[in-house]
Write a protein that binds this ligand. Structure first.
Ligand code: FAD
Ligand code: FES
Length: 277
């Protein structure tokens, strides 16, 4: 059992929890993820590591409560325990001296981005961050990311804060030279960023949150096509060169269980979150 040591609401329906998992904390690196199950019948929920506390042996993850499992997790309190948590999984982010790096993250993904950016900064990179969200209410860690960056921008889909959409990046890339880029968030954000950076031949690593089950390369659920080849996001990723990713296929695969996910979420709400599993 893995105790939730701290829990904080970062924005509406977006939470950061620190979980006691000393063995995972000892080995984890920025960009890796864990898979947790809330109980023995629960589905497996992959979440990206958003921080580590080696002294207290905790791993931080941030999650957006979007469906049954994450809504259940959102109801848990400090002192409650998660049934199991495996990790660290996936490959760490490449932490190297690139030069000037453009980092774009949407909503909850700003939390793991912060962890990655801390490491990239320590390597002496210049960091330009874009914190994106559907509305201003879905932005998290603005202050922290601003502090970590050399330049900081906010963008919202509805224009409620900062730039309206990500089109301003086109001008930014015309006026500034970048050596590396990375993007984390919904597929549409990854697609938008990579289309803009493609025009400048700016290598852009994107984190692919494809559907995962075992997270260890055995089930094939997470397969994605990158540069015409089948890759497993859990073992070969989760970060890939965005200019080589078949995003349309990824979107199709992410929607495969949509009716079941909607039904599970609806039943969970109707039953008042009492059912297990
Ligand atoms: C490597 C990786 C890292 C991730 N990191 C984060 C993170 O740091 N924070 C965060 O909020 N979310 C993250 N996600 C997405 C998160 O795992 C899903 O939102 C979660 O599993 C939804 O479960 P649910 O039952 O609440 O919702 P569901 O109703 O089951 O699903 C809601 C949405 O989540 C997607 N999803 C469902 N199950 C999975 C699964 N097993 N693997 C991947 N996507 C799934 C569905 O396609 C759907 O779009 C990550 C996914 C992957 C693969
Ligand atoms: S999640 Fe099973 S192979 Fe990647």
């Amino acid at each position: 059992m893995y105790e939730i040591v701290t829990k904080r609401e970062l924005a509406a329906n977006i939470y950061l929890i620190e979980v006691a998992a000393e063995d995972v904390a000892k080995k984890a690196k920025p960009g890796q993820f864990v898979i947790l199950r809330l109980n023995e019948k629960g589905e497996r929920v992959p979440l990206t590591i958003a921080g580590l506390d080696l002294e207290n042996g905790t791993v931080a993850v941030a999650f957006h409560a979007v469906g049954r499992s994450t809504k259940k997790l959102a109801k848990m309190k400090e002192g409650d325990s998660i049934h199991d948590l495996v990790g660290p999984l996936g490959n760490p982010t490449e932490i190297a001296k690139f030069g000037r790096i453009l980092c774009v993250a949407g909503g909850v993904w700003c939390a793991p981005l912060r962890f990655i950016v801390q490491a990239l900064r320590d390597k002496g990179n210049e960091i330009v961050i874009v914190a994106a969200g559907r509305t201003k209410d879905t932005l998290v860690f603005e202050k922290e990311l601003k502090e970590l960056s050399d330049e900081f921008y906010v963008a919202t889909d509805d224009g409620s804060k900062g730039h309206k959409g990500l089109d301003f990046l086109k001008d930014l890339l015309k006026t500034q030279k970048f050596d590396h880029a990375m993007a984390m968030g919904q597929v549409v954000l990854l697609q938008t960023v990579t289309e803009i950076t493609r025009a400048h031949n700016l290598k852009t690593m994107v984190t692919l949150a494809s559907i995962m089950v075992d997270g260890m390369g055995m089930c094939g659920a997470c397969r994605v096509t990158v540069a015409g080849e089948t890759k497993f996001a859990c073992m070969d990723g989760p970060e890939f060169d965005g200019h080589q990713v078949d995003f349309e296929e990824l979107i199709r695969r992410q929607r495969v269980y949509l009716p079941e996910e909607r039904m599970a979420s609806m039943l969970y709400e109707k039953l008042g979150g009492m059912k297990r599993g």
